[in-house]
Design a protein around this ligand. Structure first.
Ligand code: SF4
Length: 352
């Protein structure tokens, strides 16, 4: 059985023509799948019953089960635990802003990068998500909020997993999500976050996709970064710096840097100085993220005074383009670094 949401337009066309459908049917079926986001082949009302029957015999439209849905009392952030076909689970977070909705989506079950501050990394790695599992995070939530007249405006690949270690499915998903025949989400509203996987950054550069690139920097020496993000041993800061310089030269696009503020670890005046020097090498925006507690972690969050001092030094003294990202959804474990698989503690499923 062919999983229809794994196919891009030309693959869908070849599949349909093989079973006697016309090329123009591809446009219709593609719109049902990716624009209207239907779940049943029988809902394709402009496709003949004969062709629908063939489609049902040869293929199916996959969907995700919502195993758990939590809403933050602090700020309305919503977190979804989705069940996959093979029994694994992933989390997706809907961040509500006054004028827009941002969806933070996952690309892997678990994560092989194992950043020490991140709950996902601590759970280990199971597998990459395929295209339909990436798309269905968007489609499932879009269908829900469409009933309230809302839509997903921005997508950030910052959920579970390292997106650039699932490169082909990531790129295919981005192309389908931004396709004007589907959801038509501008690539400029799509952010791909990476811990610094250099071959992936180079591949993004070659693909020339005008998405936003966000680098999880978090420390400005190899010694500290090796401790936080083990993949830094393979792709150290100097190599990352060279790759990002090239990326910016080729794409002419601003780069976002994420920097988690950890007590007594990376928030000294010296850290601020070296970080500012690094930022001034790039057309940048720097997002400071006060550490969100994760069970069993060796780290703590700095005091508010320390956070403000670090921020003000960067902003006012060193003129860095910097913001503080106040966590959303931390009371439901939906903030940065808090996502994890919780399949063992969840029983049953709820309908969309
Ligand atoms: S922070 Fe991102 S890259 Fe690091 S372990 Fe967590 S999910 Fe993986």
């Amino acid at each position: 059985m062919i999983n229809l949401l794994n196919l891009n337009y030309s693959e869908l066309e070849s599949f349909l023509v093989e079973f006697g459908m016309k090329k123009f049917n591809s446009k219709q079926v593609y719109a049902w799948l990716h624009e209207k986001m239907i779940r049943n082949i029988d809902d394709m009302t402009n496709i003949s019953k004969t062709h629908r029957d063939i489609l049902k015999e040869k293929s199916y439209i996959p969907y995700l089960n919502i195993l758990k849905h939590q809403v933050s009392k602090q700020d309305g952030t919503e977190k979804f635990l989705f069940g996959l076909e093979d029994g694994h689970t992933i989390e997706t977070v809907l961040l509500k802003h006054r004028d827009r909705n941002t969806l933070c989506i996952s690309t892997q079950v678990g994560c092989p990068v194992k950043c020490v501050f991140c709950a996902t990394g601590q759970d280990g790695f199971e597998r990459n998500l395929n295209v339909n599992e990436i798309l269905n995070q968007v489609y499932t939530i879009s269908r829900r909020i469409l009933k309230k007249g809302e839509k997903v405006n921005n997508i950030v690949f910052m959920g579970m997993g390292e997106p650039l270690l699932n490169m082909s499915n990531l790129i295919k998903s981005i192309k389908i999500l931004s396709d004007e025949k589907g959801q038509n989400i501008s690539m400029r509203r799509i952010t791909v976050s990476t811990s610094g996987v250099i071959p992936g950054i180079e591949a993004l550069m070659e693909e020339k996709l005008p998405v936003e690139l966000a680098i999880s920097l978090h420390a400005i020496t190899d010694e500290k970064r090796n401790h936080l993000i083990p993949i830094n041993k393979k792709y150290p800061l100097e190599d990352l710096y060279t790759t990002l310089k090239e990326y910016q030269k080729v794409t002419n696009r601003r780069i976002s840097f994420e920097y988690i503020l950890i007590k007594d670890f990376n928030v000294s005046q010296w850290d601020a100085e070296v970080l500012a020097d690094f930022m001034h090498e790039f057309d940048h925006v720097l997002n400071l993220i006060p550490y969100n507690s994760v069970e069993g972690s060796e780290f703590d969050r700095p005091s508010e005074k320390k956070i403000d001092r670090f921020y003000s030094h960067l902003k006012d003294v060193r003129k860095v383009n910097v913001t503080i990202r106040r966590e959303k959804g931390s009371d439901i474990g939906g903030a940065c670094g808090q996502l994890r698989q919780k399949s063992k503690s969840i029983k049953g499923s709820s309908k969309e």
